[in-house]
Write a protein that binds this ligand. Structure first.
Ligand SMILES: Nc1ncnc2c1ncn2[C@@H]1O[C@H](COP(=O)(O)OP(=O)(O)OP(=O)(O)O)[C@@H](O)[C@H]1O
Length: 220
């Protein structure tokens, strides 16, 4: 079975051990919830799984193959199989780029030409309900909900097998939250993607996750 897994992972910042010896597994096609108290390490674990932060102990594996290193040390074909959507689109978006270029950016960064990248970005923008008039605006000129839709489109631009959502709908109004969920569920069905939902929202986890992991289970 295709899986994204953390095996015995641990992260230390300075002298502070955030967590140690954590095992977690996400199979393609399933939706797993992750909940736990503020500050326990959920976002850090999501970043480790997204290959954005190398663990100090243990390793991440895809389909059973351990991944060496993190970020640009990981081959493009591997790291683009995982996408992470953050809670705050403002922190995640380059303020200098138009929404269209923001969505296209991961493609351009991995060698796709600008015309092809922007065409793909335009199609995804349409999928997430961003109208044409918004696409040449920069982040300061759109709402948080519109910017998060652009970040969602960007997260899908490489057709990832695994999507990690770190409180990604927490600051959205109910209608934008519903739209994001609808787009993700459609994407998941089409691509058999594995989805990890990091959330404090028990109603959302009940509704959406096939199973929910409590942080205490991971560290016991
Ligand atoms: N870059 C960093 N340097 C030092 N400490 C950090 C860093 N990033 C996170 N931490 C610390 O690691 C711990 C876990 O943080 P993390 O953001 O993973 O928690 P969380 O469970 O996602 O919290 P929340 O639910 O509040 O978002 C916290 O104590 C935090 O202060």
């Amino acid at each position: 079975m295709s899986t994204l897994a953390a095996r015995g992972v641990g992260v230390t910042f300075g002298h502070a051990v955030v967590f140690d010896d954590v095992d977690v597994e996400l199979a393609r096609g399933e939706t797993v919830g992750l909940r736990g108290p503020s500050g326990c390490g959920k976002s850090t674990l999501a970043r480790v799984l997204a290959l954005l932060h190398g663990p100090d102990r243990g390793h991440v594996s895809i389909d059973g193959s351990p991944i060496e290193g993190a970020r640009y040390a990981v081959p493009v074909a591997t790291r683009t199989r995982i996408a992470l959507l953050f809670q705050s689109p403002r922190a995640a978006a380059d303020p200098r780029l138009s929404l269209l270029d923001l969505i296209a950016e991961p493609l351009l960064a991995t060698g796709t030409d600008r015309t092809t990248g922007r065409a793909r970005a335009r199609a995804l923008a349409d999928d997430v309900g961003l109208t044409e008039d918004l696409l040449e605006r920069r982040p300061h000129a759109v709402s948080d909900g519109q910017l998060q839709r652009a970040c969602l489109a960007r997260a899908l631009v490489h057709n990832p097998d695994y999507l990690l959502l770190d409180e990604a709908t927490a600051m959205l109004d109910a209608s934008t939250q519903a739209l994001v969920a609808q787009v993700l569920i459609a994407y998941q069905r089409q691509h058999q993607a594995g989805v990890l939902l990091v959330s404090h929202d028990l109603a959302l986890l009940d509704r959406w996750a096939d199973r929910t992991i409590d942080w205490n289970e991971l560290i016991s």
